[in-house]
Design a binder for this molecule. Sequence first.
Ligand code: CIR
Length: 253
Amino acid sequence: MFKHAIVRKPGKNFKEGITSSKLGKPDLDLAILQHSNYIKALKKCGLTIIEMDADEKFPDSTFVEDTAIVNTDVAVSTNLGVLSRKGEELEIRRILERFHENIECIKNPGTLEGGDILKVGNQYYIGLSNRTNKEGARQLTKILKKHGYSCLTVQLAKLLHLKSGIAYIGDNNLIVSGELIDNPIFKDFNIIEVDKDESYAANCIRVNNYILIAKGFQKLKNSILNLRYKIIEINLSEFRKMDGGLSCLSIRF
Ligand code: CIR
């Protein structure tokens, strides 16, 4: 069970963040409203929210997931793989020090972002992307191994992050889209394939008794409902414009 979530409001310069999407500039007021609905959903799942003020130095800093990997045994501060985001992890690390005595760190030349890290029980999958390199994966593997976890790497071709295309929702059910669908590394899971036109929604999360999913993706929603999960839908249109998915808006632990 998760107990806490760290979130950070989008700042005034949110629209200056990195994006590859062609969906237009985000509306900040609407992004703030969607962010507060996201927080409400996490509260409904029973989480205590640690809400950080916007950090105007970093336009992408609302995407907190990329800055840390946290489980009950260890917290790891990441080394983000793009210059404009380097340093976002520092304030998050200070918060994590309240919960973990020792914070491990990914160091140069290793880079690693939380969006590339998928946890399935004691097994971690690490996406090798433009943001996470082999050295970052090697360092994380070494850290997690000390605490009884094992890691496998997954080479990505086009996805921004591993979790842009995959989500584990429990009970061996894995939601998978695009380039990850036929990857043999996931062959033992019960695969729920996401249609191409709904690929954004593959980035959903299981939080305690609910699945949180982006609003407006009816086919995936029905597949999850058929598996008898309870769903909370959240409109994330303004975060999508900045390549951000549902998972990246929080660190859950
Ligand atoms: C970026 O490109 O870094 C941000 N605009 C979006 C980060 C999304 N993070 C995630 O999927 N974990």
